[in-house]
Design a binder for this molecule. Structure first.
Ligand SMILES: [Zn+2]
Length: 320
């Protein structure tokens, strides 16, 4: 089977990693790196029938109540990232999940819209007030051209097997001089090198494509967007990535640390209580190593090699 690169359309690849455990579906996955543009994609060769529906499967479950305040802090940091500080305007969050961020934005005077392909999005929160949520694909929402001042894709791009059409739609509905912010894992991170196949952000089969600043800039260039800023200090995702990668490396059940925090351990898993107890022990060990983790996150951010990064982009037409 010939695989095609979704960014440059070439079909010559080198294996990047093998034996990555699947999240929620089991099995092992391989990721390959395009020899032409360097983008890293999950190899279609290891796909089993029935995976189609899970490609961009939701990570919409909010944190347990105790962590909601932490979540508000992350939202505050996310809003602060908008360097061209706009008073107010229209904000679209693509892949808004359960809508927590939209709620946060609307309380601060933004006119907030969210789109998420999963019908259950939004149902786990209070009834939507002050913001609009569309359940479906972005193109199906049929927003008029040049509608939004800000469009965010927060850990969404890596879920899209074909990112170009989605980004073309983003460009179409972005206002002149509007800003697109994209947060995504960093395939060139030191964390990926350190943890190898235990790196949390491989996260197959949900993650289809992994970028680094150079490959993302190339992809955005294809659709007429220009990167105007890069940030490597996304504390929320960098810290979470480190903690969960460390837990995997220590032998915790794949992705279980996150599931414990989000309370999404399924009933069938309860019987594996010993296994869970071990996961908790690992969690304690990982938390005990938190000072080191924070130092790691700070150093990798300074060296622009953090586990995740955020790109700000503007339309090509906005430049003389
Ligand atoms: Zn390529």
């Amino acid at each position: 089977m010939t695989e095609r690169c979704p960014v440059c359309q070439q079909s010559s690849f080198t294996v990047a990693v093998t034996g990555v455990p699947g999240a929620e579906v089991g099995g092992r996955f391989t990721f390959i790196r395009c020899d032409t543009c360097g983008v890293v994609k999950r190899s279609a060769a290891c796909e089993a029938p029935g995976l189609e529906g899970i490609h961009a499967a939701p990570e919409t479950r909010p944190y347990k109540t105790g962590f909601r305040r932490v979540e508000q802090g992350w939202y505050w940091l996310r809003l602060r990232r908008l360097k061209t500080w706009r008073a107010r305007g229209r904000w679209l969050d693509v892949g808004c999940g359960s809508g927590g961020f939209l709620q946060y934005l609307s309380r601060r005077g933004w006119e907030a819209d969210g789109v998420d392909p999963y019908p259950q999005a939004g149902q786990e929160r209070e009834p939507a007030r002050g913001y609009r949520l569309f359940s479906g694909a972005l193109a199906e929402a049929r927003y008029p051209a040049a509608t939004f001042d800000v469009i965010t894709l927060w850990h969404v791009l890596e879920h899209l097997p074909e990112p170009v059409p989605v980004l073309q739609e983003v460009v179409r509905i972005l206002k002149p001089s509007g800003v697109v912010m994209i947060a995504t894992p960093n395939a060139a991170s030191w964390e990926r090198r350190l943890f190898g196949r235990h790196w949390f952000y491989w996260h197959p089969p949900q993650h289809c494509i992994l970028y680094e600043p150079g490959t993302l800039a190339r992809l955005l260039g294809e659709v007429g967007l220009r990167v105007v800023g890069l940030s490597f200090s996304d504390l929320e995702y960098n810290l979470a990535g480190w903690l969960q990668s460390a837990a995997h490396w220590l032998g915790a059940e794949p992705y279980e640390l996150r599931n414990l925090l989000k309370g999404s351990v399924r009933p069938a898993q309860v019987t594996r209580s010993l296994r869970q107890a071990y996961s908790w022990l690992v969690a304690v060990l990982v938390v005990a190593g938190a000072p080191f983790a924070v130092s790691w996150v700070a150093i990798t951010a300074l060296c622009r090699r953090s586990g995740c990064f955020v790109a700000h982009a503007r339309r090509d037409e906005d430049f003389p």
